[in-house]
Design a protein around this ligand. Structure first.
Ligand code: NAD
Length: 420
């Protein structure tokens, strides 16, 4: 990552974004300060018994940013560089994201400072269970519902669900989403982010006069979100996947690559690199590849003011969270490149998490077709809402999405009033 990227404090960015929207919709200073302050933050320091018998103390966070629209929702991240400000920013973004797609949640996020790549499964289980019990008093299906994020998965969610349930004395599947299907997970959750992203791309293409059949697509980060989006664009919309990458490098084939074969290759060899018929490219080159649709699906801070004027895509669909820095946004907008912002383009994941929670609390489960049909409805409606505001206010889609998301939160705060 560049110095520019690492020196950005994500919570400062999140607060600046609120100010931009507040100016546009004319919010008073009091409401601005409510929107810029996380409602509740819990820091926990707790010991974990390591495999060699020693103890280590870990620090974890859970931030519930705003609950005006409902219980809070957001993932839990395990990473050595987790900071409280990062968790606050991610919790703020979850608030706006849930609001943009109009699901009845506020936003939250959690994290533990740890290096999961160097921990055994047993150590990770003890870490997870102790963290779950430390944050236990402030989570629950009616209060705050965690989900997986970077380096946590359905197994992590199963441990949290079990720990919480043991303490209650009965099973509470709705305390987390992203669980294994056998424990109350939802059909379609695994591919929801990529699928939702593909639906939003399809809608945006219609408005931009871009034909998806034969459209060229470059994907940075051929992981869960990136590979699923590629497969759906290829299978259902006839798009041509011309470039893809991962941490080891990228591949380019202007004739197009079959994303299913590319995934098999990645599974066998550990990387997309070396895919037959494609030539090697770097991640920087991938971002600057001439294409119709660019999907950043890896990390934050990838499109900066240094490379924004070299992007040669018509549409940029942010499957990743925060891949574009604010200065880069401006450059892309001025160059007429349509950006589908993260709070819209990757909201399919949290939308199907909402469906999972709704199924858990009813104890009544839906078919995959039902899940995908409802997901499509939410994504199409949300795209149209954002697009309409962008046109009305003559702003780029990110600002339009924030206007929509923040305005709904403001309306809820005003209707509820300030307690007491
Ligand atoms: P993942 O780990 O499955 O995939 C990430 C991919 O990016 C991997 O292939 C990895 O090799 C690659 N990668 C990492 N660093 C890279 C770099 N510097 N250059 C190129 N490739 C790189 O993760 P994921 O779940 O697909 O998440 C990817 C992004 O999407 C993250 O920003 C995440 O927050 C966001 N997202 C995911 C979901 C979800 O449901 N999975 C939901 C919302 C947002």
């Amino acid at each position: 990552m560049s110095n520019e990227a690492t020196s950005v404090n994500p919570f400062e960015t999140a607060k600046q974004q609120v100010d931009i929207v507040a100016d546009l919709i004319g919010l008073d200073p009091g409401m601005r300060s409510v929107l810029k302050a996380p409602k509740r933050e819990l820091t926990v320091n707790f010991p974990v018994r390591m495999d060699d018998g020693s103890y280590r103390v870990y620090t974890g966070y859970r931030v519930q940013y705003n609950m005006a629209r409902g219980p809070t929702k957001g993932g839990i991240r395990y990473h050595p560089q987790v900071t409280l400000d990062e968790v606050r920013a991610l919790a703020a973004w979850m608030t706006w994201k849930c609001s943009v797609v109009n699901i009845p949640y506020g936003g939250a996020k959690g994290g533990i400072i740890c290096d999961p790549k160097h921990m055994s499964k047993g150590e990770l289980e003890r870490l997870t269970r102790r963290y779950a019990s430390e944050i236990g008093p402030i989570i629950g299906p009616e209060m705050d519902i965690p989900a997986p994020d970077v380096y946590t998965d359905s197994q992590t969610m199963a441990w949290i669900m079990d720990t919480y349930s043991m303490q209650k004395g009965y099973s509470v599947p709705g305390v987390v989403t992203g669980k294994p299907i056998s424990l109350g997970g939802s059909e379609g959750r695994g591919e929801a982010t990529g699928r939702g992203c593909a639906y939003v791309i399809r809608e945006a293409a219609k408005y931009s006069g871009l034909h998806m059949k034969g459209a060229t697509v470059a994907v940075q980060g051929f992981g869960n979100a990136g590979s699923v989006a590629s497969k759906i664009l290829f299978d259902e919309q006839g798009a041509k996947i011309i470039a893809a990458s991962d941490t080891k490098g990228g591949v380019l084939n202007p004739e197009g690559m079959n994303p299913h074969a590319l995934e098999d290759h990645k599974q066998k060899t550990g990387s997309v690199v070396g895919f037959p018929g494609a030539k090697p490219i770097t991640n920087e080159q991938l971002l600057e590849t001439p294409c119709d649709v660019l999907i950043p699906a890896a990390l934050e801070n990838q499109i900066t003011r240094k490379n924004a004027d070299k992007i040669q895509a018509k549409l940029v669909a942010e499957a990743a969270n925060g891949p574009t820095l604010p200065e880069a946004d401006k450059i892309l907008f001025e160059r007429g490149i349509t950006v589908l912002p993260d709070v819209l383009a990757n909201a399919g994941g949290v939308t199907v998490s909402y469906f999972e929670w709704a199924q858990d609390i009813q104890g009544f489960f839906w078919s995959l077709e039902e899940v995908n049909r409802r997901l499509e409805q939410v994504m199409v409606r949300s795209y149209e809402d954002v697009h309409r505001i962008a046109k009305e206010k003559k702003v780029h889609n990110r600002t339009a999405a924030y206007v929509l998301g923040v305005q709904r939160v403001v309306d809820a705060i005003r209707l509820r009033g300030i307690y007491p």
